[in-house]
Write a protein that binds this ligand. Structure first.
Ligand code: NAD
Length: 249
């Protein structure tokens, strides 16, 4: 059973990419805390299904986070329905592998748009609410891939390392207003997508060789840390990069 943080009850939370993978676990975890969750995602089928499953706790807003005006409008819709935003979870991303020599300028820009740019503009859209309340928490999903020096996805790893720089600048600029900003860097987490696309018996064996913990890491392992980091229990933690990888690093 997961911990309950009473201060999260009634809080207004935005989760980008909140309908699938780790984001779905995060949305469900906040709903279990009694928070009101605005789920933003491009996947309408999963988003509608999650809204139905979570009842009054969550509303789904279809949104492509690479379309910044649409992202800003979706965040405004969450505010209109639930009130000022207390917590932002910048989770949406796309981890497509790519061969460096084939990457075009347009593909590079698209990777930055889906993995990095929206994190800044979502934060920009919620920070006035947090400044006005004198309190807020932003959690940006990074990745361990760049920390371990993973190849085969240079645009992805570049964008995910930049999440740390973004986190530290926002934490510095908005700490004086009571806003905490942290990054979570997951290791290899067994989402549906990872299991379908990349995990084979051989790669799974390599996970156990690399991790200190000899078990699969699952989306809930990340969701629990994200929820903790958003709660008052983490009230003195900001400007940090928290690696959750079973000891891979
Ligand atoms: N799974 C892992 O092993 C792992 C490892 C390191 C970092 N991460 C990070 O964790 C976060 C979640 O990853 P995941 O594995 O759950 O990914 P996922 O691909 O399983 O799910 C991503 C979610 O984001 C949504 N999404 C994708 N593009 C979107 C767009 N343009 N607009 C709106 N929504 C969009 C998808 O529909 C999906 O619901 C990401 O930031 C990822 O970089 C994951």
């Amino acid at each position: 059973m997961a911990a309950i943080y009473p201060d999260l009850a009634g809080k207004v939370v935005v989760v980008t990419g909140g309908a699938g993978g780790i984001g779905e676990s995060i949305s469900r975890a906040f709903a279990a805390q009694g928070a009101r969750v605005g789920v933003l995602d491009i996947d309408q089928t999963r988003g509608q299904a999650l809204q139905t499953a979570l009842g009054d706790s969550a509303l789904f807003f279809p949104c492509d986070v690479t379309d910044i005006p649409a992202l800003q409008s979706a965040i405004q819709s969450v505010r209109d329905r639930f009130g000022p935003i207390d917590v932002l979870i910048n989770n949406a991303a796309h981890d497509e592998r790519h061969d460096t020599l084939s990457v075009t300028e347009a593909y590079w820009d698209n990777r930055m748009a889906v993995n990095l740019k929206h994190q800044f503009f979502a934060a920009q859209a919620v920070l006035p609410d947090m400044k006005a309340t004198g309190k807020g928490a932003i959690v940006n999903l990074g990745s361990c891939s760049w920390v371990i020096g993973q190849g085969g996805m240079a645009a992805y790893t570049a964008s995910k390392s930049a999440v740390l720089g973004l986190t530290r600048s926002l934490a510095r600029d908005f700490g004086a207003f009571g806003v905490r900003v942290n990054a979570i860097a997951p290791g290899w987490i067994m989402t549906e997508r990872q299991l379908e696309l990349w995990v084979t018996p051989e790669t799974e064996q390599s996970i156990y060789e690399n991790q200190c913990l000899k078990r699969r890491l699952v989306p809930d392992d990340i969701a629990r840390v994200v929820v903790f980091m958003s709660s008052d229990e983490a009230g003195a933690i900001t400007n940090q990069h928290h690696i959750v990888d079973g000891g891979w690093n």
